[in-house]
Design a protein around this ligand. Sequence first.
Ligand SMILES: [Zn+2]
Length: 177
Amino acid sequence: MANLISSGEVGDDCIQLSNGLTSVFIDVLTLSGSKLAQNDDEKRLIVWLAEKDQSAVGIGTVGFDISEMPWNIKRFDECKRFMMKTIEAAENRTGWDKLDYQPSEELLFPNLKKFAEMIGKLTVNDVYPNALEDWRNSAENDDPILNGFPKCPKHEVLMTYLGCLFCAVDETRKKYD
Ligand SMILES: [Zn+2]
C-alpha cells in the first residue's frame, strides 16, 4: 500500500510514496516547517501536514492533493515561498536530531525535490478556495490550531489535534490536556 500526493489539475504530477516513506516525508517537513513557521498561515500549513499521521489515522490513508492544503489565498505567494523554504530546510536535514531513526536520503530527497516542483507550479487558481475555512471550521474547540499553536517541548514541533507527531499519541494528549 502507498499514499499518493497529487496536484489537482496541474498535469500528471504526483508522488507515490510507500507507507514507510510517507511517514519519513511528513516527519521531516513537520520538523523543518515547525522551526521556520512564523505566522498563523505558515503554522497552519505545517499542522495540516502533521495531521497526516498514519499511526493515528490509518496506514495508507493519508494521501492528499496540494490544492487542498489550507493555503491563505490572500497571501498565496508568501505561503508558497514558505513551503519552498520548508522543503529546502528538510533537504538540509533541519531538526533531524529529533528523529530516532536515520531517513534514507536516497529515497527521500528525489521525492522532496518533486514536491517542491509541484508546489512551485501551483497557482492560486488551482487551490480549492474553501480549504482553509473548511478545515478551520471542522476543528474542535480544543484543537491546537485554535489555541495558539502550541509546540511539543521535547520535539519542538507544532502539535495537532492528535498530539505531537513524535510522542506516543496518548502520552502527548495527557500532556496537552
Ligand atoms: Zn513530542
